[in-house]
Write a protein that binds this ligand. Structure first.
Ligand code: NAD
Length: 519
């Protein structure tokens, strides 16, 4: 049994179960003046704590302080900023178990995945620390005598971060660690239903800044409603870059507003991810990957497997094994070490799950396993009776059915038969989203064709491993309606900086480019 419970997890971050917790840190004090919201435990329906949201006035204060703090922060040598970000990583190592537990309690993911989410923040802190000593620029040859050409990178200003409910902690870190090192300050608005994790994360970050004598305005939080605080961030020209993670529908609204004012965005939106299994595949490997990718986090990862495309030669072998594996999935309290599937995040998710199963059936789909809600006798303990539990579901369906083209953020996996590798690629690519995809094949020609120009079109393209999750050393993000954003490692840092192309004359004459004579 887990040693974590709500009281202990809240206490680890100085959060109160009885008093209202302010959701706004303006860089100087914790003070909010908006509505009070209840943070719910999706496993039990219990109220974990209360959080007061920010108003437009609170937002104004936060934005002004973040912009003001940037003046000094940008002048601090990047390696010193990197050292502070490294300390944030160390502070999170201390809090990994507690933050992981809070994620289980508020978001609903199992504790192992909660701790994994914290680990992602830790890892990117250390990547960013290394980056702080190696932010590159280049010198290129000039066509003019006694001239030098240089490209240098400077901070952008202030970053706005809007997070989704399913990764309220890691998404913060993927953006913040790199951006802080690049010399930007930040204003965060977390998903409403992940307010406790959002506040807890802010506390860890703010404590490290304070211990280093840094202006608290470097990282401010205005927790609040999307149409209030989120909307204000989109419209505010002081937010130089908006990093938005969430559904494609909301993301498009946010993107339009930011682009109307010529601001920049990093958009990390919905996925509709596929795995293609070919006859040469290691079926055991494919099976385990598919179960994790589709049922893990109760189907609520942006990279969750939604479309399983199986070649007809191995379809009848894989299908019954998959159904059997689903029947054995242990669901229950996400803090319990034996649980693999926790609850769906909220009541709206249950309603969406039920509608998705109905819609799939009305479009010719056949439910192979799951399809409903577990009855009380199937749940491991009585306190879960009011929780948002649904049965991870597999629906056998035509891959061209309308519903298969959509992202429904629930644990419903579409199982589809394909006749050839080429058909598998075409179906994989036919959706408007472009986040992640994986191939299972031991035929190297197929593997490289899959990775190549006529292969999978997604931002994350794997072979013989799951389409779900990613390592932060690479740039993470998708194409198409997933939004083209890139976060984390590789050269993602470029998005958080301003590029200057510089020509320097160190001679006594004035030769012009392209040999122009203007005398
Ligand atoms: P959502 O779109 O409902 O909400 C996301 C955020 O947008 C929240 O913080 C919300 O308050 C805010 N928001 C709402 N209205 C707004 C407005 N008018 N202006 C500005 N902000 C506003 O998404 P969700 O349900 O929290 O998250 C699930 C979705 O996120 C899924 O589609 C999932 O695929 C996607 N997601 C994508 C990635 C990725 O990296 N591509 C990662 C995690 C989640």
């Amino acid at each position: 049994m887990s040693t974590w419970n709500a009281a202990k997890a809240l206490e680890a971050f100085g959060l109160s179960a009885s008093e209202v917790n302010p959701g706004v840190f303006d860089g100087k004090e914790w003070k909010a003046s908006g509505d009070v919201h209840e943070a719910l435990n999706p496993s039990t329906g219990e109220v974990l704590a209360k959080v007061q949201f920010g108003t437009k006035d609170d937002y104004e204060r936060c934005a002004a302080n973040a912009v003001a703090a940037q003046k000094e922060w940008q002048l601090m040598p990047a390696p010193q900023r990197g050292e502070i970000v490294r300390q944030i990583g160390n502070a999170l190592i201390e809090k990994r178990d507690a933050m992981g537990a809070l994620l289980s309690l508020e978001m609903g993911k199992i504790h192992a995945e909660g701790k994994g989410e914290v680990q992602e923040f830790i890892d990117i802190c250390f990547i960013a620390c290394g980056l702080s000593r190696s932010i590159p620029g280049q010198v290129v040859p000039s066509e003019r005598t006694e001239h030098a050409l240089m490209e240098i990178w400077k901070p952008l200003g202030t970053l706005g971060i809007i997070t989704a409910f399913n990764f309220p902690h890691a998404v913060w870190g993927w953006n913040a660690a790199v951006s802080l090192v690049c010399g930007n300050t930040q204003l965060v608005k977390g998903a409403e239903s992940a307010s406790l994790v959002t506040i807890a994360t802010q506390k860890v970050v703010s404590d490290v800044l304070k211990a280093n004598g840094v202006d608290g305005g470097v990282a401010v939080l205005c927790q609040g409603e999307g149409p209030v605080v989120g909307d204000a961030m989109c419209r505010d020209p002081r937010i130089d870059l908006l990093s938005f993670t969430g559904s494609t529908k909301t993301g498009k609204i946010a993107q339009r507003l930011v682009h109307e004012r010529s601001g920049q965005t990093v958009m990390e939106l919905g996925g509709n991810n596929a795995i293609l299994v070919m006859p040469s595949a290691d079926i055991e490997l494919a099976l385990r990957s598919c179960v994790f990718a589709a049922a893990g986090t109760c189907g609520q990862r942006c990279t969750s497997l939604r479309r399983l495309l199986v070649h007809e030669d191995v379809y009848d072998e894989l299908k019954p094994r998959l159904v059997e594996a689903y029947k054995k999935l242990p669901y229950g309290n996400p803090l319990h070490p034996k649980t693999l599937v926790g609850p769906i995040h909220n009541k709206a998710g249950i309603e969406l799950f039920e509608r998705t199963v109905q819609d799939a059936q009305s479009q010719g789909g056949k439910v192979l396993v799951g399809g409903g809600r577990p009855d009380a006798s199937e749940l491991p303990s009585e306190d879960l009776a009011n929780g948002n539990f649904v049965q991870p579901t597999i629906v056998e369906i035509d891959p061209h059915a309308d519903i298969v083209q959509e992202e429904r953020f629930v644990p419903v996996l579409y199982l589809c038969k394909v006749k050839s590798f080429e058909e598998g690629i075409a179906i994989n690519n036919q959706v408007e989203q472009g986040l992640s995809a994986a191939l299972f094949s031991t035929d190297m020609r197929e593997v490289f064709a899959w990775l190549g120009p006529a292969g999978a079109k997604q931002g994350v393209v794997n072979a013989n491993t799951s389409c779900s999750g990613a390592e932060c050393g690479l740039a993470f993000g998708g194409n198409g309606s997933t939004g083209w954003g890139r976060e984390c490692g590789s050269d993602s840092w470029k998005q958080y900086m301003r590029r200057s192309s510089c020509a320097i004359n160190f001679g006594k004459t004035l030769p012009l480019a392209q040999g122009i004579d203007f005398s």
